[in-house]
Design a protein around this ligand. Structure first.
Ligand code: 9MR
Length: 455
């Protein structure tokens, strides 16, 4: 089904028109089910575009200091559609002195990402590590207040710009205890984690709020079970948690295990999204990278994968050469495996949903033509693809229906109006086809192309 921004496609009324509408609806169903078939979507050629076609993002950690490295930014801009500041949003970076906030390096990354249509994961608001010295030396109610103020200030500052926050990071012990990590934050009271989530929700109600940790990949491990029990408890008591991040730093001491998919799906079954947030694998074995991506694609609520750096030389574990690009920026075998996994990934089986219901509308004519096409659908979101003809330097305005939200875009540079419902997409040299993912939030109305103008 297509919707064009030129030509009269308004629905007619009356009995003949109703027959036409029934026939059109049947055609829509046929067309919609056709796009569900695995392999019918055109294969993407970059990690971000291929992940987006599966309704996911593919992200990387980014260091602000590397944005001046042309080799680095070329790969970043070409391959990724999500970024996580590697250190620039941590507590020591954003509040180096109590009450004095410093956002410059974080904003550099956020602006780089958002001006290119990439989404941003915020990392991290409350953590026992990388605390500024003033916080390290605090305790009790003063620390609790300082922590909550930090969460509030930082989440408010980046409100609307960060799609998901790692609200709390690494709050559980390693080993078999299943206990909370003994930290200055933990010693302020066991409810510090939920207090942080509530403060984050109040500060940025639109952001997804995640708990993030490492060594939580193996379903049988005590730490995994302890985090699972906390999330189940939070969900049962209405603590505002939306997602769980699995760092997934795999190495010989902490290897990938085949029950990883069980871990992801078990957490998802609690009613949270799951995300692979800091993936790197010692030696970058292609088969293991492929398995991780396949596991994510197999879980409907796994909405993205982030690798912890671009080139091996960018990694916090550079000597383990754990990433997808070598130190010269060339693609490794693991890159090919990930791309293949993204392109061959199957669409998860979700509850059946009804197709979009709005009849096509006639937008004002512009100096180019933009055709919107339905693409893959999931239980909570759907993709649309827009093909532009008549211009190479184009601007297309697309509107979604509240409470829908665009969560992801590819092959264009988007900006939004203040409501967040009207997206202006500009060509960015990636060709004349762009796409986006819409979170349905219960409304399956097809997005509307409002205009196409050439410049
Ligand atoms: O990659 C980060 C490295 O540059 C920092 O020196 C280090 C300091 O703690 O943090 C690294 O990122 C960590 C992330 O924030 C949380 N999970 C573990 C990551 C690797 O240590």
């Amino acid at each position: 089904m297509t919707e064009r921004c030129q030509g009269d496609t308004r629905p007619r009324t009356g009995p003949r028109a109703r027959t036409a509408i029934v026939l059109a609806a049947a055609a829509l169903l046929a067309a919609t089910s056709a796009v569900f078939l695995p392999g019918t979507a055109s294969a993407g050629t970059t990690l971000g575009a291929s992940a987006a076609e599966k309704g996911r993002y593919f992200g990387t950690a980014v260091a602000a200091s590397r944005l001046s490295d042309g080799n680095y930014t070329t790969i970043l801009n070409r391959e990724f559609n999500s970024v996580t500041p590697e250190n620039e949003m941590k507590i020591d970076a954003t509040e180096p002195q109590q009450g004095r906030f410093s956002y410059g390096a974080a904003e550099q990354i956020v602006n780089h990402a958002r001006s290119r249509g990439m989404s941003v994961r915020g990392h991290t608001l409350a953590w026992h590590s990388q605390q500024p010295s003033w916080m390290e030396s605090m305790s009790g109610s003063a620390l609790r207040s300082a922590m909550l103020n930090h969460v509030t200030q930082v989440a408010t500052h980046f409100r609307g710009q960060v799609v998901a926050w790692d609200v709390v990071n690494e709050a559980f012990e390693d080993g078999s205890s299943g206990a909370r990590r003994n930290s200055n934050l933990q010693r302020t009271g066991n409810d510090w984690i939920e207090a942080a989530f509530r403060a984050a929700r109040a500060a940025d109600p639109g952001a997804k709020l995640c708990y993030n940790d490492y060594n939580t990949d193996n379903w049988t491990h005590a730490k995994t079970q302890a985090v699972y029990n906390m999330v189940r408890d939070f969900k049962s008591r209405g603590v505002p948690i939306d997602c769980v991040g699995f760092q997934s730093h795999f190495n010989n001491d902490s290897p990938y295990v085949s029950n990883y998919r069980t871990t992801l799906s078990s957490f998802a079954a609690l009613g949270v999204d799951v995300q692979v947030t800091e993936l790197d694998i010692q030696g970058a074995p292609a088969a293991t990278y492929r398995s991780v991506v396949e596991d994510c694609l197999a879980v409907a609520r796994c909405n993205g994968v982030t690798v912890w750096g671009i080139r091996d030389s960018d990694s916090w574990r550079a000597s383990q050469t754990p990433l997808l690009f070598n130190s010269s920026g060339q693609k490794k075998a693991a890159y090919d495996a990930v791309l293949a996994a993204l392109n061959n990934g199957t669409t998860p089986t979700d509850p059946p949903t009804t197709p979009p219901t709005t009849p096509p509308t006639t937008p004002p004519s512009g100096s180019c033509t933009a055709t919107l096409q339905d693409s893959t659908r999931w239980g909570d979101r759907f993709n649309s693809q827009v093909t532009v003809s008549g211009a190479s330097n184009w601007t297309v305005v697309v509107a979604v229906t509240p409470p829908q939200k665009v969560s992801n875009t590819w092959n264009g540079s988007p900006t939004w109006d203040s409501s967040g419902n009207v997206m202006t997409m500009r060509s960015n040299g990636s060709g004349n086809v762009f796409g986006f993912t819409t979170m349905a939030n219960g409304t399956w109305t097809r997005p509307v192309v409002r205009s196409c103008t050439a410049s």
